[in-house]
Write a protein that binds this ligand. Structure first.
Ligand code: CU1
Length: 529
């Protein structure tokens, strides 16, 4: 079952150069197939990471220890973070990139289709390593997704499995990014200058550069952890002359740009949806591009805001505080442009637009609490509290995930040829919005009241809001089961999608223009009609 050469005479159903069944997915070089696999893999990992979070919220439903031992709780929390960041959100956005970038720039496929296949198929082994680390001697790591030594250094074999998994995930991301950069820079249709590209392509081009810049830094950090554990070095071991604080610097030099690796493609999706449902071109296109690039550049000089509490010179604290606050400027430009796009537009509120608006309100909320935390003395009091948990879940869930849901509903007709059920989509949006805010808004109160994060038990005065937060989490999860059922039913028996599902509004996208494919993608130039 391979795609070897057959002459036309041999051609029958199973000899038309296309692999079928499992080999279609194993050997595929098609950007749409690979995009689908990334999306489904991300969904699977989101389910695993979601179950871990439900374990956490079940334990925190009331004070005392009921369900999880403290060690298991730590492992759940750690793997929830690692799996959601590296297994769910990042692969889902790469799935969007695979599906959309070639179509939006008029290329026939990604620049390196075989490397694209390999990028994807590196993910399952890494996921298996992480999942299997629960079942080895000593259990999964307990350090949190930040892998801080000395706690991480002391973990058992699971520590090495995690290091290997991070290496594989990083290699996959770097290969994916090289593919995206090369595709965008070399395979654009004639006439599509960089400043005419749809904004989703722009955000991914910039994200790919961020990934290429910082994934090797993370690889270096975990390699130093490995040699500290097994080869007698003391990079992060104070007893040997090293410094655990250095790990934090290296990790967050990766970690803060990583935040923007996750959120920039979300900005890109929202920048496609809002113009479509406002029936207007995006307001301030050029300023959107420059704002995205500014955010990316600034993201390299703010890492210290994650470590105000380690004891750094006042000059350092001031630098990282002001640099962090500076990011609010280009972010504000983007929010202004999204609102200006809607201004006097012919707005309609189909499901994708609801998600984009939910994103706008609640991501901005997460941005404001980020500004609060950027203030050094405030961060020093709130750093180890639930306020931080609330803050970054507003950016990661109400930010990244809301954009993902909006993008799924927006492009679902294009991906599947089927239309989803509009009422079900709207119900899913409101269900998720209520569940999300029920879960995470009270965590601001808990943090301000002094509840520490990363603990399986807490003092009695935190009981009520924790109970509400846990009920919200299970309600939120139930909404996602509803979402999966809805989309499955649409896929099986939905109405056929229209050619331009969004009534011409999506014609603002280049996807629909008959842009000729670039000649160097084909051995023989296809005839254009
Ligand atoms: Cu940061």
């Amino acid at each position: 079952m391979t795609a070897t050469t057959h002459t036309a005479d041999h051609a029958d159903e199973h000899h038309d150069h296309k692999p079928y069944g499992l080999s279609r997915w194993l050997f595929t070089t098609n950007h749409k197939d690979i995009g689908t696999m990334y999306l489904l893999f991300g969904l699977l990992m989101a389910i695993v990471g979601g179950f871990l979070s439900l374990g956490i919220r079940a334990e925190l439903f009331m004070p005392g220890l009921q369900i999880l031992q403290p060690e298991t709780f730590n492992s759940f929390m750690t793997l929830h973070g690692l799996i959601m960041v590296f297994g769910a959100v990042m692969p889902v956005f790469v799935g969007f990139a695979n599906w959309l970038i070639p179509m939006q720039i008029g290329a026939a496929d990604m620049a390196f289709p075989r490397m694209n296949n390999w990028s994807f198929w590196m993910l399952p082994p890494a996921a298996i390593l992480l999942a299997a680390s629960f079942f080895v001697e000593g259990g999964a790591i307990q350090s949190g997704w930040t892998l801080y030594p000395p706690l991480f250094t002391q973990s058992g074999i699971a520590g090495d499995m995690t290091i290997l998994a991070v290496h594989i995930l990083g290699a996959s991301s770097i290969m994916g990014s090289i593919n995206i950069v090369t595709t965008v820079l070399n395979l654009r249709a004639p006439g599509m200058t960089l400043m005419k590209m749809p904004l989703f392509v722009w955000t991914w081009l910039i994200t790919a550069y961020l990934l290429i810049a910082v994934m090797p830094v993370l690889a270096g950090a975990v390699t130093m952890l490995l040699t500290d554990r097994h080869f007698g070095t003391s990079f992060f071991n104070a007893a040997g002359g090293g410094d655990p604080t250095m790990f934090m610097h290296i990790f967050w030099f990766f970690g803060h740009p990583e935040v923007y690796i996750i959120i920039l493609p979300a900005f890109g999706i929202v920048s496609q949806i809002i113009p479509a449902f406002s029936r207007k071109p995006l307001f301030g296109y050029a300023s959107m591009v420059y704002a995205t690039a500014s955010i990316a550049i600034l993201s390299f000089i703010v890492w210290g805001h994650h470590m105000f509490t380690v004891g750094m010179p006042a000059a350092g604290q001031l630098f990282f505080m002001y640099a962090t606050m500076l990011i609010a400027v280009p972010t504000g430009v983007k929010v202004f442009n999204w609102i200006a796009t809607m201004w006097r537009g012919s707005l309609t509120f189909e499901t994708p637009m609801l998600w984009a608006l939910g994103f706008l309100f609640m991501f901005t909320m997460g941005g404001f609490t980020g500004l609060v935390l950027a203030i050094t003395p405030v961060d020093i009091t709130l750093h180890n509290s639930y306020y931080v948990v609330a803050h970054f879940h507003y950016t990661m869930v109400a930010g990244a995930s809301f954009a993902i849901f909006g993008g799924v509903y927006y492009w679902w007709p294009k991906w599947t040829g089927k239309m989803y059920n509009e009422s079900a989509g709207k119900l899913h949006f409101w269900w998720t919005t209520i569940g999300f805010n029920l879960t995470f808004f009270p965590q601001h109160f808990l943090g301000l009241a002094g509840m520490p994060r990363r603990i399986p038990d807490y003092a009695l005065q935190f009981a009520e809001w924790n109970m509400i937060s846990s009920i919200g989490a299970f309600f939120l999860a139930a909404g996602q089961i509803f979402f999966m059922i809805t989309l499955y039913m649409s896929y099986k028996s939905g109405q056929p999608a229209k050619d331009k599902q969004w009534e011409g509004a999506d014609s603002l996208e280049w996807t629909h223009l008959p842009s000729p494919a670039p000649y160097h993608t084909f051995e023989v130039q296809p005839v254009l009609k």
